[in-house]
Ligand binder design. Structure first.
Ligand code: NAD
Length: 471
């Protein structure tokens, strides 16, 4: 590997923390900064503030050696050649990204630049943020020769964040000159040369020494748009398949077969064609809105993005209606809910469809017992237990005495339920699956009424399928 680079990562959330430990894993010297003192204390003392596969292992390997944790932004910037900004960019007014966290960090960086630095926007930001960072630094009197700003958007997915970072499909760098691009090439060299994958301790994954990660260098504007356009396109795929699922369901077709048939077309591909409750999380909803806002600002009609959002929001209502149709009335009903996280493999509940559905059910007068393998602590903070809402210790406890069991998050654990045991504990054998984790025939064979998304409803013979007018 070429000489290690001293790196400062600002923000120790899902992106910042993962980037920090992965850069350390690649052999660099990293200072990870956060202004949340409790988080930094936890990280220093050996804890991990987020649930992410391989994170504890990499923290154990590099904490206090390749990566240190601090609240001292100025000190960390001073000793670093590259400064990555990885703070939140939540949705602000009218869909625009709220860049106040980024601006606050840039103002602090401005006070700490002594000697050449590459300032890297890793947070997801609208086009021209690069320019704004440059402008803010100028306004604050920083010598233009002493820094470059570039864009290096992050494409990791929560749940597989470490593997995505170390085995990326691509690394995108938006730079205005070769000097700063060169720093990024050095940073990612272990992945682009393949030397990391050849090492004895490398986490094995998709990439290898003979098929290393590609790095695309482009302009800052293009890099910024690559990130927004990628997320918007993935969200579009999800909304598209959900719209097809609603059509499929109304004509007794099967969306799983339809998606399989579509996905076999190499021009379409099989990923992001799973019908369900729609997308959530801290990225897709806000990034679709922010990208739409950017287009509007530029006078470009990108109404398609608003349709993507609308279909996504409708999908939760469609599922809620399905629960109501299966149970007739909801007031006083007791429902088991499997899943709180916005998807399996993470403890992140931001914009989680599961949480939204649970809120709708509670508003309709049902009581809910929820279970999630990783997100219960976070969910408890947002939705504290009440007379109507409780949290179970496992999935069977959530299902015990329930009028129906709802599957809201695609955790692997929820696709491996012991159906015989479930049948024993549940009050009525009704499963309403918002993630299509089971084969309808399998559920029928186990004596369940099974409703899923975009597939024919399966009612036990003695019960009969309700007429449309009864739904
Ligand atoms: P997060 O909310 O998990 O983490 C942000 C961190 O920044 C927090 O720990 C916060 O305390 C810290 N912070 C805020 N202001 C600070 C300051 N002034 N100084 C130091 N630390 C500060 O956010 P995240 O999910 O990691 O996302 C960060 C960015 O990356 C966003 O722009 C997001 O859109 C983007 N992104 C996220 C993902 C994802 O899957 N979460 C994937 C790709 C890109």
């Amino acid at each position: 590997m070429s000489k290690p680079v001293s790196i400062c990562v600002i923000g120790s959330g899902y992106v910042g923390l993962v980037a920090a430990v992965c850069f350390a894993e690649m052999g660099h010297h990293v200072a990870c900064v956060d202004n949340d003192e409790a988080k930094v204390k936890l990280l220093r003392e050996g804890g991990a503030p987020i649930f992410e596969r391989h994170l504890p292992e990499l923290l154990a390997r590099h904490r206090g050696r390749g990566v240190t944790f601090t609240t001292d932004l100025a000190g960390a910037v001073e000793q670093s050649e590259a400064v990555f900004i990885a703070v939140g960019t939540p949705q602000g007014d009218a869909g625009a990204a709220d860049l106040s966290y980024v601006e606050a960090v840039v103002a602090e960086i401005a006070r700490s630049i002594h000697g050449y630095k590459v300032i890297v926007e890793k947070s997801t930001v609208p086009v021209y943020t690069n320019e704004w960072i440059r402008r803010v630094l100028h306004r604050r009197g920083v010598d233009p020769q002493s820094f470059d700003v570039l864009s290096n958007p992050e494409f990791l997915r929560e749940g597989t964040a470490i593997m995505d970072f170390l085995h990326p499909d691509r690394i995108v760098v938006g730079a205005s000159n070769e000097r700063s691009a060169e720093v990024m090439r050095r940073i990612y060299e272990p992945l682009t040369s393949g030397s990391y994958y050849a090492g004895p301790d490398a986490l094995p994954g998709e990439r290898s020494a003979s098929a290393p990660a590609p790095l695309l260098v482009t302009s800052a504007q293009s890099a910024e748009i690559i990130k927004h356009a990628s997320n918007a396109f993935l969200a579009l795929k999800i909304s598209f398949i959900n719209a097809v699922a609603n059509l499929a369901e109304s004509v007794d077709a099967d969306i799983v077969d339809i998606a399989a048939g579509m996905g076999m077309d190499s021009r379409i591909g099989p990923s992001f064609l799973s019908a369900g409750l729609g997308y959530g999380g801290s990225c897709f909803p806000k990034d679709v809105a922010a990208f739409h806002w950017v287009a509007q600002q530029q006078g470009v009609n990108f109404q398609l993005l608003d349709e993507v959002r609308k279909i996504n929001e409708t999908q939760r209502q469609v599922f809620f209606n399905k629960v109501r149709a299966a149970l007739w009335t909801l007031r006083g009903k007791r429902l088991g809910a499997l899943g709180l996280a916005f998807k399996g493999g993470t403890d992140d509940i931001r914009e989680s469809p599961a949480i939204h559905v649970i809120q709708m059910l509670l508003e309709a007068g049902a009581s809910v017992t929820a279970y999630d393998p990783a997100a219960m602590e976070r969910a408890r903070e947002l939705l504290p237990p009440t007379e109507k809402l409780s949290y179970a210790t496992d999935l069977y406890a959530a299902a015990t005495d329930a009028d129906a069991l709802l599957i809201l998050t695609d955790w692997k654990e929820f696709s491996e339920i012991d159906l015989t045991r479930l049948k024993e504990v549940i009050r009525f054998p009704i499963v309403i699956d918002g993630r299509n984790l089971y084969k309808p025939q399998e559920m029928l064979d186990h004596g369940f009424t099974y409703l899923s998304v975009g597939r024919p409803a399966c009612y036990q013979a003695e019960e009969g399928r309700p007429r449309k007018s009864l739904m």
